[in-house]
Design a protein around this ligand. Sequence first.
Ligand SMILES: Nc1ncnc2c1ncn2[C@@H]1O[C@H](COP(=O)(O)OP(=O)(O)OP(=O)(O)O)[C@@H](O)[C@H]1O
Length: 608
Amino acid sequence: MAAKRKLGRPPPAATPAAPKAKEDDAEGLFSSRSFADLGLHPTLCAHLQDKMGFQGPTRIQAQAIPVAMSGQHLLVKAATGTGKTLAYLAPIVHLLQMREPRVERTHGTFALVIVPTRELCLQVYGIAQQLVHRFHWLVPGYVMGGESRSKEKARLRKGISILIATPGRLLDHLQHTSSFVYSNLRWIVFDEADSILELGFGKAVEDILGLLGSRNDASDENKSKTDPMQRQNLLLSATLNEKVNRLANISLKNPVMIGLDEQKKPSERSSALGKKHTSLLSDDEEEIPDKHNNIVEPAVDDFKLPAQLVQRYVKVSCGSRLAVLLTILKSQFEKQVSQKVVVFMSTCDAVDFHHTVLSQLEWSRGLALDTDKKQKFLGCKVFRLHGNMDQEDRKKSYLGFSSEKSAILVCTDVAARGLDIPKVRCIIQYDSPGEASEYVHRVGRTARIGEKGEALLFLQPVEIDYLRDLELHGVSLTEYPFQKVLDGFPVNGEKPLKRKPISLDMHPWILSVQRTLENYVASEATTNKLARDAFCSWLRAYTAHRGELKKIFMVKKLHLGHVARSFGLKEQPSLVGRSHQVQLKKRKKEQKREGQGPTKRRKFPTKK
Ligand SMILES: Nc1ncnc2c1ncn2[C@@H]1O[C@H](COP(=O)(O)OP(=O)(O)OP(=O)(O)O)[C@@H](O)[C@H]1O
């Protein structure tokens, strides 16, 4: 056991190589060290243990905290839900609380944490608030899109020691809030660094680093505004990519790397970093640093997923997708009343439509035809979350779902990054995520910090090659036993005794759910409009898959009548808008070229 350090004594300087938690077993989540062993202040250690319930650091924390306290730049890649937030916040709080003279609000901002989404901003702010509980002179705060600028200005004027921010709003304040003091800035943290760049904040990040004088290639004029010698930058994510390389090249000097390429010698790293500064704006190959300049290897990378996560896929034909989703959710909540499920969709309109269906669809119990007594198909609360909601609704939804014991959250990828919602048991990816890294973050909302978790990916038979793409990243899924789930449901009040093999689309239960769904969508004008809008936006999103994925998610292989069916529509809505017309023309041209006639459309049984 390492000797305990004295109060206030600076921690020893770390070596460039990340210190390994020697006593830890290789696969375990937790380190065998204590927080005190890592050099954290006793008051902070006591608070972590007694008030936050953390008995000891996770392995990633045991590796990162001493390095962060040593003042070195840091690049961390670690699986979702392994405690990366504390890995950077605890050392910041530790170092700030012991600062002499004591930190005051008029000193402005010392630590800046940049995050990609508003919900993550609130979440990190919440953790910072807990951590400073015993150090009342440290003030955390946040600025983010959707909030009142003038109120934020007032808070910045008063002074915020640890500022959590989304990039756009931060840049806005850096440019327009003259009372924002950042001359004492010591830390810049990029949490979910790859996502910040993927979401198109590259230019904002460049401007932020420029204004803060924190680019390796900053002009002398900018550098003199602050004290870059004191600056420490940290980049973290469960998935790092080529773009992060560029950000690392711009903002990190001789970083210690944790969780990636640990064999690479420090000398290689430093020479790599010093050589070339690249832009965060372009995907142009020219801009990509050569292999020797890379911090994050560009090769296909294995993603680390929580070992206890059960990952499965269900193969469903397009027309039955929604009936199958409803059936799976029903079965999940019947098996276990108290649980939380997150369902990922590709577009905001799809979230709005499915949220309405999941929360409002009614049925006659057992799908018996002779009873008028209707009840909700799913009994639990359903929340929604996407980027087009207004800020108040977004906050309510996120906090509402977080505090429920039993609920469903229907959301876009706005909820995929970093969110730590307690007790989420199952992640359903109803629409495929596209990039494998997004898959990792979506499923990472469950099985956090050693808890159990399940993930289920919906795939159409024509999309099944996506499994191979995931396998390239070390992610492998097994098939979900949906037939068994179906067998558990009664039809016309009875569970069929002996079952002959029957196709899923023709199964009486699925047909009945589909009928219920279509009648509901047809009878409710608002839901019908939601369904049509969702249909159009879903198709647009489907055509937007990038690169290699275009070969798997091919819009020309879709039967639009079946797609309509998956939105509870009896007929395909007319596709308005230029992009659809272009798409249709393209489809026809391609069919002609391939010598096919228009796809034969199968008729579905009409409803009575
Ligand atoms: N040392 C610890 N002991 C117990 N629980 C911890 C510890 N550190 C963090 N946690 C808890 O683990 C959960 C996950 O932490 P956190 O959100 O920081 O993970 P993460 O690695 O940032 O995940 P993601 O990559 O998804 O953002 C949180 O609920 C947090 O409170």
